[in-house]
Design a protein around this ligand. Structure first.
Ligand code: NAI
Ligand code: MG
Length: 360
């Protein structure tokens, strides 16, 4: 069948990297016989907000629900719209209303990419971070009390539901089980956060009984952060609650080089609503409009989309693997954008990857 893809470039370099994502998708789908139909969307952008006073039309949910997946660039242009409005008015709505409860990010060190960690080479670092994406520490339960008096205080509750915790842990165990090393690290802080985190550990222990072949352990978030930097080669799959996962999923890719490479998926694994695939980076106003942004994070995100659409098999998996191989050889042999020490334009890198996908 044909997959229907909502294409949302957004703002800034989102509009520059998206055409390269589509260019490579076109090459891959042509080669492997996959049919995509694009729905090009100009909302969920700050330009749209300037004209309409809101980030999206009222029927955004109905429009996007008709699609199998969403390919997203980046949103935000602080000079026009405050960041909390542009983010909460678009991306964060998608995550919550489409129940995209998994935020998935790889951390992988490639040849040709200088690692900020001394002595590491390609292949040493290759792991996945699974972040809970809908609940936990990011709740809106709480408030400021006795404001302006000497009794003033603020409370904000963390909410971990049994369903929400179990489903993210299951996803992570499943992922670990499919990988060669079959290792899972559960981020926790049950020594300091003495009610919710011991409960989270118990959920992990329970779920683990269904995965006897997965080697798993739990690590406190503080030492876990240190080990991301000191021993990143030891990790395979790492699962964490919303806040801890937010921190880890920036730290992991940072250890492997430029943010211009890092892709992410916001997944609804039950497929009741479309999942969303986007680069980790934002709209980068400081380099926007110059055609110098690295398109690889966008291209890799598009590859993750194909793989998810194909349930991690079939010709979609082959297309994904071909795109990854093309990214790898382009990082090794060039062309490279400025963040990787090169001087290539955004579209030169996109074209080089598309050509390799078509020919390798
Ligand atoms: P940013 O990721 O846009 O930029 C951070 C730094 O990395 C900048 O120096 C930028 O030039 C560089 N950079 C980012 N992507 C790059 C690429 N592909 N190639 C080369 N260099 C790249 O983060 P920042 O500056 O904090 O935020 C800018 C805007 O983006 C804000 O409005 C923010 O709210 C929004 N944002 C949106 C996100 C999203 O749509 N998921 C995520 C992060 C930020
Ligand atoms: Mg973050």
């Amino acid at each position: 069948g044909t997959y229907r893809i909502a294409v949302i470039p957004g703002d800034g370099i989102g509009t520059e990297v998206m055409p390269e994502g589509l260019r490579v998708l076109d090459a891959a789908t042509r080669r492997f016989g996959i049919s995509l139909e694009y729905e090009h969307i100009d909302w969920a952008s700050c330009d749209y907000y300037e004209k309409h006073g809101q980030m999206m039309p009222d029927d955004w949910k109905a429009q996007l629900s008709r699609c199998d997946a969403i390919l997203f660039g980046a949103v935000g242009w602080p000079e026009k719209v405050p960041d909390h409005i542009s983010l909460w008015g678009s991306l964060l709505k998608f995550r919550r209303e489409f129940d995209q409860y998994i935020n998935l990010r790889p951390a992988r060190l490639f040849e040709g990419v200088p690692s900020p960690l001394a002595g590491r080479k390609a292949g040493d670092i290759d792991f996945w971070i699974v972040r809970e994406n809908t609940e936990g520490e990011y709740s809106s339960v709480g408030g400021v009390m006795f404001a302006g008096t000497d009794k003033e205080f603020v409370v904000q509750e963390s909410i971990f539901t049994r369903r929400g915790s179990e489903r993210v842990l299951k996803f992570a165990f499943d992922l670990a089980q499919q990988r060669a090393k079959k290792k899972l690290t559960v981020a926790t802080k049950s020594n300091g956060i003495a009610i919710s985190m011991p409960w989270w550990d118990e959920r992990a222990t329970e779920i683990a009984t269904a995965y006897p072949d997965v080697k798993w352990d739990k690590q406190h978030i503080d030492i876990l952060c240190a080990r991301f930097v000191l021993n990143p080669d030891r990790f395979d799959v790492v699962v964490a609650t919303n806040l801890f996962g937010d921190i880890l999923s920036d730290l992991g890719p940072a250890c492997t080089g430029t943010i211009g490479l890092a892709p992410s998926a916001n997944l609804n694994p039950d497929r009741t609503f479309p999942s969303l695939f986007e680069p980790v980076h934002g709209s980068a106003p400081d380099i926007a409009g110059k055609q110098i942004a690295n398109p690889i994070a966008m291209i890799w995100s598009a590859a993750m989309m194909l793989d998810f659409l194909g349930h991690h098999g079939g010709k979609e998996r082959e297309a994904h693997d071909a795109i990854l191989a093309a990214i790898e050889s382009t990082l090794k042999e060039g062309p490279r954008t400025g963040d990787l020490g090169g001087s290539a334009k955004t579209d030169e890198v996109g074209k080089a990857i598309a050509e390799r996908v078509a020919n390798v």
